[in-house]
Design a protein around this ligand. Sequence first.
Ligand code: G3P
Ligand code: CA
Length: 340
Amino acid sequence: MALPLSGVPLVIGHRGASGHRPEHTLASYELAARMGADLIEPDLVPTRDGVLVARHENDITGTTDVAEHPELADRRTTKVVDGTEVTGWFTEDLTLAELKTLRAVERLPRVRPGNTEYDGLFEVPTFAEILALRERLSAELGREVGVYPETKHPSYFAGIGLALEEPLVAALAEHGLNRPDAPVFVQSFELANLADLRHRLGLRTRSIFLLEGSGSPHDPVVAGESLREVVRAGVDGIGPDLTMVLSRRPDGSCGQDTGLVERAHRAGLLVHPWTFRAENTFLLTDFRVGDDPGAHGDLAGQISAFLQVGVDGFFTDHPDVGAAAVQAWEAHTEEQRPNG
Ligand code: G3P
Ligand code: CA
């Protein structure tokens, strides 16, 4: 069964169910699918021997116990990645065998202390392991669990001889997923990377161009000028940050519809904004509940505000809340129909 291009908004389990488990672990992805995520989202980076693994960044200092491994102490280094100087341990300096000796830890221990209970339990998964998990869960749950891989720093990795693109397309093909109706979206912040994947390497799945902007009406993407370029690259949609869809007022409350969704739809593009998180500290102030920054607010309410402007799917660390919000939205929409 193919995932629809439009219709019921898609719930994308951001780094799995990262509000409930350390991100980018098989446990996090599995929980996301069981909570109702339509797709699970791995960020992909390579190991020194060219194997794709899931980490938010190639710097794994904050998401693994690497600092507690004296045998890897000499790998700590400083490098410049996409213009930013970073000090730590990097996936591209470790073989897969070395990486597999590490265990994942919670990236946001202060906001998500409950997740630290799982520190030290889970390995860093390979993309192949994630695709195998996807297959097993699809069979068990009786529905296609999709996968939504992001190529992280693709130009940087191509520049050091560890391009992500070939192994990504090969892995999808190996699992029978390199086809237009596969339950797959490939995402990147680099438009040229998505065009290259499609035109040079024969990627046939749908793809999404990620965007980060100010939400200002003068932002060229929000204003619609750059959407033509996105369409020309042959991608299927955009993944804007939340403020590019509904602007944020200076006091942190929900601002106006920027019109981006309508303009993207007119250009034939899907819109999948990121990232919805339940903790007060991440919510627009309108949807906070109480004063504790780590307590959960009304994430479902915030998601509904975005569904109202017509987003086609969304990334969330809390796919349980996301799936419930979509269900409520669909029921509400059904009630509004003339014979509903
Ligand atoms: O991929 C959507 C969202 O995750 C934005 O990118 O990975 O930098 O948080 P990331
Ligand atoms: Ca991502």
